[in-house]
Design a protein around this ligand. Structure first.
Ligand code: C2E
Ligand code: MG
Ligand code: MG
Length: 695
């Protein structure tokens, strides 16, 4: 192409063609020029090319390449021109321009050699495309990528970039979280770093391209799964689509949430669910059963003689033992069974899936043997056996409370049959006889656990309030029920011979307390202890009294024994012999609840007795009730005629006291002068200055 010159119609046609070419050249979205090879002078340029360097399409013609684009640029480009000439092929390069008005532009340049048929170079076409806009967006992108990269490095949370599920970048916190280096993670599938059970879900999120936040599990190099939160975003970069996922470590959060939940639902010693958690779950099982789910068995497990371990070896050993037992019980069950600790040495187990009685029996046997195995704790080998009670759902109850109560009843039955065994609940156990049985089991435990206390009630002179005696009265300090009066448990204890150890303890404890008060100068009268007939008739009873006196360093005269009329009636010679031996020790003997039995005067005359205690029932209606007054008066007179002392029980009012004083009864015991008091309260009472209004 050359600037056309000439004339005529051919000229005109050529001129028109040229004009059309110029129109086209100036309107294509590209700039171009033609340089002749020798001297690199511009022979042709469109307007865009000329304007790029501050010329127009006419003024640019004839100027050298260096003149047009500038010396330094020309020098810079020279190697490319040389390459084009040498290879006779087009070359392309990008170049940054600074406009006349100082604006930066980027151009993409193509140099095309103009070759003759025999390969000589005549010149070069220069085709220039302005790529400023493209470059600017690229720069912006790079800047934002850099910003992102900086942010990513600075973030304390793990961040991963991935494209189509393959990792393109990760930040140091994520590497630290997962235990890999950058090189080890780049290019690998994101799913490789997700716990297997979560992969389907994560893959679905990636496939859907959703922007969501969800909890999942990451996979550490060690194979450990880490609870995490994924916050997924998509980033559009030019034509690229990157996925960015923030990986937030939930361990601490999960930990605290879990810890709080755990504390509310678990026993801190064994980490087993506690009573509340257990009840909730049994409730749920019962509800499921209503919807057709199978029944279950509830086992109440109580360790035999655990308290003894605690008392003799200390709480540390006791606690360690409970932990071992908890592990053994849990280890004997299937995954869907439940086990809980109800506190103390009580564990409860639920066997799910409608087990047969045989299957339950098998599990119970297994528990009996694994729990009973000796445990090495702090250098001591201990073994405790469990007693197990079983209640079946739905046969034996339809609430957690009822099932637990019945399993508990069955458990006491197991204990009463000799411990270390399992017992199924049977409906008749709910009846009174079995309530007694359960009570018996509980009482046996109370003896081991030393749950009894003595209260002391003073006996005073009706005239001057002087202390003339003190009666020790037993109470059961029941962990749940509080102070239980003797009438509620002694009859069972007597029927089941548990009264012997209880009575022995009362004797010891009464003498021990009295001894202390005596040494403090607070007490100078005997302490009275009630005897039950089983005790009184037990072989070796007198010897046991002797032994206790010796152990407590007490003289016989410090003790008073209260017997009932009924105890004196059976075998007179034997009774007399026993009483005489007791008298020989120096002990005082009184007849309790006098008037309620059938003892005759002749009978009493032959027995070595010191006092009669007028039963409360004859005192209650004094002074108005004539028959009570008649009996009370008769007892007082009889005592006087036999040379016996007489004490009236249950004196609550001043009128009662006055009546007694007026009818020759010198001693009284009752709320008016003092209620039965715990040892400390009685000691305080002893220290009080006292005196009754003179009659
Ligand atoms: P008890 O030997 O006749 O004891 C007197 C009972 O009358 C006591 O009842 C006492 O709390 C109660 N009492 C005392 N003053 C008054 C009063 O002014 N008004 C009223 N309403 N009651 C009063 P507690 O302590 O419930 O004992 C009941 C029975 O249990 C005793 O009757 C005794 O037979 C027996 N018992 C108590 N401790 C022992 C013990 O250690 N061994 C044996 N074998 N029996 C015991
Ligand atoms: Mg008594
Ligand atoms: Mg009495």
């Amino acid at each position: 192409m050359s600037e056309a010159t000439g004339s005529g119609s051919g000229d005109r046609a050529l001129r028109e063609e040229l004009e059309r070419f110029r129109l086209l050249a100036n309107n294509v979205p590209m700039s171009f020029a033609y340089y002749e090879n020798d001297g690199m002078r511009c022979r042709l340029a469109n307007r865009g090319y000329a304007a790029m360097f501050g010329y127009d399409e006419r003024s640019v013609v004839g100027r050298s390449f260096a003149e047009i684009i500038g010396e330094s640029a020309a020098r810079e480009i020279q190697p490319r021109i040389d390459a084009m000439r040498l290879d006779r092929r087009s070359v392309s390069y990008e170049r940054e321009l600074h406009d006349a008005d100082g604006k930066r532009r980027w151009i993409d340049v193509n140099l095309l050699p103009h070759l003759t048929d025999d390969g000589r170079i005549l010149g070069a076409f220069v085709l220039v495309v302005d790529i400023t806009r493209h470059r600017q967006s690229e720069i912006a992108l790079r800047a934002s990528e850099e910003r992102l990269a900086k942010f990513m490095q600075a973030s304390a949370e793990g961040i991963v970039f991935h494209r189509g599920g393959f990792i393109t970048d990760v930040n140091p916190p994520l590497m630290a979280l997962l235990g890999y280096s950058l090189a080890e993670m780049m290019g690998r599938r994101t799913l490789e770093f997700v716990a297997p059970e979560e992969r389907d879900r994560v893959a679905a999120v990636i496939a859907a391209g959703s922007e969501i936040t969800y909890d999942s599990l990451a996979l550490h190099r060690s194979g450990e799964t880490i609870p995490v939160e994924f916050i997924v975003r998509t980033m559009e970069f030019a034509d690229d689509r990157l996925r960015m996922t923030i990986v937030r470590d939930r361990r601490y959060r999960v930990d605290t949430e879990a810890r709080i939940h755990h504390l509310a639902h678990h026993d801190s010693l064994t980490s087993l669910p506690n009573r509340n958690a257990f009840n909730e779950r049994v409730e749920a099982l019962i509800q499921q059963a209503a919807a057709g789910a199978p029944g279950f068995a509830l086992l109440f497990i109580d360790l035999d003689n655990f308290k003894r371990v605690n008392d003799s070896l200390g709480h540390l050993v006791g606690d360690a033992l409970l932990q071992v037992v908890a592990r053994r019980i849990a280890g004997s069950l299937r995954a869907h069974d439940l086990v809980a600790r109800f506190g103390g040495d009580e564990f409860v187990v639920v066997l799910t899936g409608a087990p047969s009685a045989d299957a339950v029996q098998d599990v119970a046997q297994k528990l009996l043997s694994v729990v009973g195995e000796a445990v090495e704790v702090l250098g001591t080998s201990i073994s405790v056996t469990p007693s197990i009670g079983v209640a079946m759902f739905p046969q034996h109850g339809d609430t957690p409370d009822e099932l637990i109560k019945h399993a508990d009843t069955a458990m006491y039955h197991a204990k009463s049959r000799g411990r270390a065994r399992a017992q199924f609940f049977e409906p008749h156990m709910a009846q009174a006889a079995y309530a007694e049985l359960a009570l018996e089991g509980r009482l046996a435990q109370a003896i081991r656990d030393r749950e009894f206390v003595l209260h002391f009630q003073p006996q005073v002179d009706v005239h001057d309030g002087r202390l003339v005696g003190v009666e020790a009265l037993i109470r059961w300090l029941h962990p749940q029920r509080g102070l239980v009066p003797p009438g509620e448990f002694l009859p069972v204890a007597e029927a089941r011979r548990l009264i012997l150890p209880i009575g022995q303890w009362v004797l010891q404890e009464a003498l021990r307390c009295a001894r202390a008060w005596r040494s403090a100068g607070l007490l100078d009268v005997p302490v009275a202890v009630n005897l039950s007939s089983a005790q009184f008739q037990a072989p070796g009873f007198v010897e046991s009294v002797e032994r206790v006196l010796r152990e407590q360093g007490a003289a016989g005269s410090e003790l008073e024994l209260e017997l009932t009329e009924r105890m004196l009636m059976d075998d007179l010679p034997a009774v007399r012999a026993t009483l005489e031996r007791l008298k020989a020790l120096g002990a005082r003997v009184s007849v309790d609840d006098f008037g309620t039995g059938y003892s005759s005067l002749g009978h009493l005359r032959h027995l070595p007795i010191d006092r009669l205690k007028i039963d409360r029932s004859f005192v209650a209606d004094l002074p108005h009730d004539a028959s009570s007054a008649g009996i009370a008066r008769a007892i007082i007179q009889m005592a006087a005629s036999l040379g016996l002392g007489v004490v009236a029980e249950g004196i609550e009012t001043e009128a009662q006291r006055a009546w007694l004083a007026a009818h020759g009864c010198r001693e009284m015991q009752g709320w008016l002068s003092g209620r039965p008091m715990a040892a400390e309260a009685f000691e305080a009472w002893l220290r009080l200055p006292r005196g009754l209004p003179a009659s």
